[in-house]
Design a binder for this molecule. Structure first.
Ligand code: MN
Ligand code: MN
Length: 302
């Protein structure tokens, strides 16, 4: 039996994440800066006794995920928008990954209902021995009832200590995979729904990075970034925004980051936008796979 579950640490990270997902609703309103929402989530995570597992993403409308506002980002929540807040909390590396959608457009309410229903279909499908095919079929069927599409190239995922994506993808659509969940796996379930075609791709400058390999670098700013981030984060993702306390010159910082990325030392995660401009809704929670079902660790409760 695998065991990626961290017991009390994991449940506490889950409890903090669940509470934050509820509390952030009061902060997300048209006119509010995205950066203020993300910074609030990250500060509260620490104040409540956890650590951010990755930078908070505030993704608007056709942006599905990975929108961590850049340093100095002035963008605000637009009127009539659909906003996904995706946050992660960890304690000693035990991660709860979760998300909710705040919708300000009545015409899109069905997409929000579709992603909550789809999350319920996913949770109800979880047990040791469930195949990726069976889970994907149940989620996809539930989304079809709303005449919506899943995002075909975004999926849930297993997690292990200090690792957000541990290898197995939990697809949100009909698929032939015979891979199975095992007792003791920790999985993030995150069906996305859209009125677009259902495919995302990179769009815009990355606000999220992670160390993929620690190597010596000559650039002194690059060296400072690696020392500080590996010390604080190990291989967990961090925000571009967080690096401005390490180096005050924006030019020196951006060229150091560029160098680290092209040397293969940092991975970058740009925002993901739905290709056809479709609106996107997402709900996510983290569960522990058990013999006959699952234990809810934290996140959006269905
Ligand atoms: Mn997430
Ligand atoms: Mn996730």
């Amino acid at each position: 039996m695998v065991s990626d579950y961290g017991g009390q640490d994991h449940d506490k990270a889950g409890e903090i994440a669940t509470q934050l997902l509820k509390r952030v609703k009061d902060r997300v309103k048209p006119g509010v800066k995205l950066i203020d929402i993300a910074a609030w989530v990250e500060e509260e995570t620490t104040a409540m006794g956890g650590q951010p597992a990755f930078p908070c993403s505030v993704a608007v409308n056709d942006y599905a995920a990975h929108y961590a506002p850049l340093f100095g980002d002035e963008s605000v929540i637009p009127a009539n928008s659909m906003v996904k807040v995706d946050l992660g909390v960890h304690i000693n590396g035990y991660i709860c990954d979760c998300a909710t959608t705040l919708n300000f457009n009545d015409k899109l309410a069905y997409l929000e209902r579709a992603s909550t229903d789809a999350l319920k279909a996913a949770v109800d499908s979880i047990r040791a021995g469930a195949t990726i095919s069976e889970i994907g079929r149940n989620v996809h069927e539930s989304i079809r009832k709303y005449n919506a599409n899943p995002i075909f190239n975004l999926s849930g995922h297993t997690m292990s200590p200090y690792t957000v994506h541990a290898g197995l993808s939990i697809l949100n659509h009909d698929n032939p995979s015979t891979a199975m969940l095992e007792e003791g796996m920790v999985v993030a379930l995150e069906p996305f729904t859209t009125n677009g075609k259902g495919y995302v791709s990179d769009h815009g400058n990355p606000g999220i990075y992670a160390i993929s390999e620690v190597r010596n670098v000559r650039n002194p700013v690059g060296r400072k970034i690696l020392t500080r981030m590996f010390g604080e984060r190990k291989t967990l993702p961090f925000a571009e925004r967080w690096l401005h306390s390490i180096e005050g010159s924006r030019l020196a910082l951006s060229s150091a980051i560029r160098e680290l990325v092209s040397a293969g030392i940092l991975d970058s995660y740009p925002p993901l936008r739905e290709n056809s401009g479709g609106m996107v809704s997402q709900h996510e929670c983290t569960v522990l796979v058990e013999k006959n079902g699952c234990h809810f660790i934290g996140g959006y409760e269905v």
